[in-house]
Design a protein around this ligand. Structure first.
Ligand SMILES: *Cc1c(COP(=O)(O)O)cnc(C)c1O
Length: 419
């Protein structure tokens, strides 16, 4: 990159500025730190034409991402398909619906490749040799894979009860995979202690301000792929709540930079009923998020009982006229199947949460039938197969014989047999 527009980190609460180091909380009030940019300078440089001239990856928006030089990790991440979902739209009762399909993100099939690409590119700039994370599964996969390709040593810490696909999807890259007897919050607390003691680059602890900005690219891509406009409604799964706040920020940045026309938009959050601290707080009309001590849901990737960005996610939803929903495990399975049967997209449990909650938001009138909507589908169903085992029937098995095929599988209508 010719010029660097990323200037500082800044406390979200008191506004104190910090140098661009591996720090994530304010000394004074413990507020979270966030990347700040020289928007006036970016406005003079970043145009639709410039972005469109670049390779189709999340790094086409690099002026709005918090690294100093050119990206070095995950340079091919992002620019996943935005699918016009007409059959799902009909099933939900909407006219204009799209699916942002991060089930096929590169290289590890979830939206987490976006955040890891930024965090590890920054980790190399800051000189880290060991990177690590606390993860509900997808982050572990992405850190493990991207660290391997960057030649970095990695430690990924996960709750011990994760799906097999997520565990194997970290081990295969040669990462140090540490399974903790406990819920995600306990894993995360241990990671904070390790980060403080050993000076490793924890992508979602001391590198969190960099990591979190990567999520904005999902919002940038949605706006560009819609033909440089914002959808009226965006439905977003919430774990810590970070992705939702960053899609909100992405839309605001595009409006402020004149890349899209100013228009009303709403961001809505989706959680599983068995771990829905953000949704429940919003429904109670408060921004005080009550922790969930023992999450119980098949949507393990969203099972964060103490969501770090819950407070900010609630404000993003309230400021944009958005709202939040939650859904049961049965509704998650139904949501996965509905997306698969309507659009040919096999999402993980978090995708089922998004579809099921969108259905409720439409039914309740929060998403009117004639307004455009985008569902953020953030992870791949092949990684959470446990959730769908025994839910989709089984193949009918026969011998390789035409007679048997016609006896047991398919009886042609005689008048329709081709000659
Ligand atoms: C991590 C994750 C999310 C959202 O995470 P936030 O912490 O809210 O940013 C959503 N979907 C999937 C599949 C994830 O792995």
């Amino acid at each position: 990159m010719d010029r660097n527009f990323f200037s500082n980190l800044k406390c979200r609460e008191c506004g104190k500025l910090y140098a661009k180091k591996a720090i994530h909380v304010c000394d004074f009030d413990f507020g979270p730190l966030e990347a700040v940019y020289d928007y006036a300078a970016i406005r003079g440089v970043l145009t639709r034409q410039l972005i469109e001239s670049r390779p189709q990856s999340m790094w086409r928006y690099r002026e709005l991402l918090p690294i100093d030089g050119a990206p070095t990790v995950g340079t091919q991440v992002g620019f996943t398909p935005l699918v016009k979902a007409d059959r799902l739209a009909k099933a939900l009762g909407l006219r204009e619906l799209y699916v942002k399909n991060d089930t096929v993100n590169y290289p590890t099939l979830s939206f987490k490749d976006r955040v890891v690409s930024v965090a590890l590119s920054r980790a190399l700039e800051l000189g880290f040799e060991v990177v690590a994370c606390a993860s509900t599964g997808n982050l572990a996969n992405s850190v493990a894979a991207n660290a391997a390709s960057a030649g970095l040593k990695s430690y990924v810490l996960i709750p011990a009860d994760l799906e097999q696909g997520k565990v194997l999807g970290s081990l295969v890259y040669g990462a140090n995979v540490i399974a903790i007897h406990g819920a995600y919050d306990q894993v995360n607390r241990l990671c904070s202690e390790i980060a403080g003691k050993y000076g490793w680059g924890f992508v979602n602890v001391n590198l969190r301000p960099y990591y979190a900005e990567g999520s904005k690219t999902m919002g940038f891509e949605i706006a560009e792929q819609l033909g440089w406009r914002l959808p009226r409604h965006t439905i977003i799964p919430m774990a810590s709540g970070s992705l939702l706040t960053k899609i909100h920020k992405a839309y605001k940045e595009f409006i402020d930079l004149g890349l899209v026309d100013k228009a009303p938009f709403s961001v809505h959050g989706a959680q599983a009923t068995g771990c829905a601290p953000i949704t429940h707080a919003l429904k109670r009309g408060t921004d005080m998020v009550k922790p969930v001590a023992k999450p119980q849901t098949i949507a393990k990737s969203l099972a964060i009982g103490t969501p770090a960005d819950g407070y900010y996610a609630i404000h993003s939803m309230n400021q944009t006229g958005g709202t939040a929903e939650d859904c049961t495990d049965e509704e998650i399975v139904e949501g996965i199947r509905l997306l698969a049967e309507c659009e040919g997209i096999f999402a993980e449990t978090a995708g089922g949460v998004t579809v099921a909650c969108a259905k409720k938001l439409v039914a309740a009138g929060h998403i009117p039938a004639d307004e455009s909507a985008v569902l953020c589908i953030t992870g791949n169903g092949l990684k959470t197969q446990e959730a769908m085992l025994n839910q989709c029937g089984a193949p009918r098995t026969i011998n390789p014989s035409l007679r048997e095929f016609e006896d047991r599988i398919y009886q042609p209508d005689q008048s329709a047999v081709a000659h």
